[in-house]
Design a protein around this ligand. Structure first.
Ligand SMILES: Cc1ncc(COP(=O)(O)O)c(C=O)c1O
Length: 484
């Protein structure tokens, strides 16, 4: 029953092992059935004795075979009928009703309410948003820093590390955000995590009970919504207007919320900056009601004109703001490094929770990032990228004006790596997105970023950070065709 493929790249001992294992699993070889000796099988198959010995040893080790005095090698008697009748599950098989795993109530809610689009491997297509200029990253420099650290410091950093993160990195971040973002903090207040998503998750778990209300921006970031909903909290959509989240609406309709999640420097997705008036109103509400504010400062580094407003955290005198930063936009998303800036009274609470969730973020990457920052490459990279994104933004705006004209409306973004175009009311942005996908584009329908999409003006989210000018122009020409 064993046929070997001598032209295969799979070694013969492995083939013998797999054929025998398959025969046992499929019931061709029954429990208790006797097998030939390794010598006999080797001669029957015209292979070396080593080959059959290795296969048998592996099957013994895994419990498929037994050796008995007098009868030699037999198929293990305790391999149950049930096990043998189980057909191998392939990853693609969809579970039947009976196979559906029994989850907790919260587990079910989480699985059913998640709206994060699946990450798509491969080169991003125009106009995937949220991706930095991966074509312009200083890979060689990063590689050199990585090799240097791996060579010189590995023996010092292979043990478990501090949960709060690598101390020199915490110091470098505190210095950077103090100068560039007006965040007022000591390095001790910084906790390094694996990206903003984890920061949002930790904060949500610490502050929200099931059934609590949490203000979210409408439209807003799905990652934030998912993290808050995972705790069983109820989302309260607060409209975003020209001055950012309309705090008055929140105060009127959901005054007892426990938390507000905002992107004040560059609202996601609309791109507006929260005015000072709204910032003070938000802080005042939080102080009066003892609510928490999660400030997601995800891409404020790239402002092309005007003066950036400093982080909300810098205005907070009452220790109500948790500021969240990420290196996903400013460097690259798979780095999976970000940070929380927490009020001093909460450092231990966050650290205790984080220790039980993740112990700490990967240390080698933290060390390399520290070098990247301390040696001045980080500041230089930001300067280079700001100018590149500026050019790419201009190319996108110009191409839309040339190819699509006044069919759509938009505000020229002053910061970041994406923009929103508003479509005519008669269009369906989900249908347009599907057609754009079939043309090799990756746009995102704005309606999907609303908790209540009905009655919202259709629009598309276009990322421009990851595409060169030619790709942008070609992409807009294709989009124009789709819209026509
Ligand atoms: C509003 C917002 N926050 C945060 C992030 C980054 O998340 P992470 O740091 O988990 O990669 C994104 C990425 O698209 C975003 O759009």
């Amino acid at each position: 029953m064993i046929e070997l493929d001598r032209s295969s790249s799979q070694p013969l001992y492995r083939q013998v092992y797999e054929r025998l294992r398959h025969s046992i699993m499929s019931g061709q070889l029954k429990a208790g059935q006797r097998l030939p000796s390794t010598r006999t099988l080797a001669s029957e198959l015209a292979v070396s004795r080593n080959t059959t010995s290795w296969a048998y040893e592996q099957l013994f080790a895994e419990g498929y075979l037994h050796s008995t005095v007098g009868r030699g090698t037999i198929v293990a008697p305790q391999i149950s009928e049930g096990l043998l009748s189980v057909s191998p599950v392939t990853a693609r098989q969809s579970p039947t009703q009976k196979d559906t795993p029994v989850l907790s109530q919260l587990g079910n809610t989480i699985v059913q309410s998640q709206t994060i689009p699946a990450t798509r491997p491969g080169k991003p297509k125009p106009f995937r948003s949220g991706i930095s200029a991966l074509d312009a990253f200083p890979y060689h420099l990063w590689e050199q820093l990585l090799i240097k650290r791996a060579k010189n410091s590995m023996t010092l950093i292979t043990d478990y590390q501090q949960t709060v993160g690598y101390q020199p990195l915490r110091e470098a971040i505190a210095l950077h955000i103090g100068v560039t973002r007006g965040v007022r903090c000591q390095a001790e207040q910084i906790i390094i995590v694996t990206g903003s998503q984890q920061a949002l998750d930790l904060a949500a778990r610490l502050f929200l009970n099931p059934g609590d209300l949490a203000w979210v921006e409408e439209p807003g970031y799905f990652g934030t919504r998912n993290a808050l909903q995972n705790t069983g909290a109820i989302l309260a959509p607060i409209p975003v207007r020209e001055e950012g989240m309309d705090v008055q609406v929140g105060r009127e309709h959901y005054p007892h919320a426990r938390l507000a999640a905002v992107t004040p420097s560059h609202q996601f997705p609309l791109g507006v900056t929260m005015s000072l008036k709204q910032r003070f109103a938000l802080l005042e509400w939080a102080h009066q009601t003892n609510a928490w504010i999660l400030e997601d400062d995800y891409d404020s580094e790239y402002r092309y004109s005007g003066r950036p407003l400093e982080a909300l955290q810098g205005l907070d005198r009452g220790q109500r703001v948790i500021c969240i930063g990420t290196f996903s936009k400013v460097l690259f998303p798979s780095l999976r490094l970000g940070y929380l800036v927490v009020p001093p009274a909460l450092i231990d609470h966050f650290t205790t929770l984080y220790r039980s969730v993740s112990v700490h973020a990967p240390i080698l990457e933290q060390a390399v990032l520290t070098d990247f920052m301390q040696e001045g490459h980080f500041a230089r990279h930001i300067r280079r990228m700001r100018s590149l994104y500026h050019t790419r933004r201009d190319a996108l705006v110009q191409a839309i004006q040339n190819e699509i004209g006044n069919k759509v409306q938009f505000q020229v973004p002053e910061t970041g790596m994406h923009m929103v175009i508003w479509l005519p009311w008669s269009m369906d942005d989900v249908a347009i997105t599907q057609q754009a996908t079939s043309q090799g584009l990756e746009v995102y329908p704005l309606s999907q970023l609303f908790l209540n999409p009905t009655g919202q003006r259709p629009g598309l989210l276009l990322g421009y950070g990851a595409f060169n000018e030619e790709e942008i122009r070609t992409g807009v020409r294709q989009l124009a065709k789709v819209l026509r």
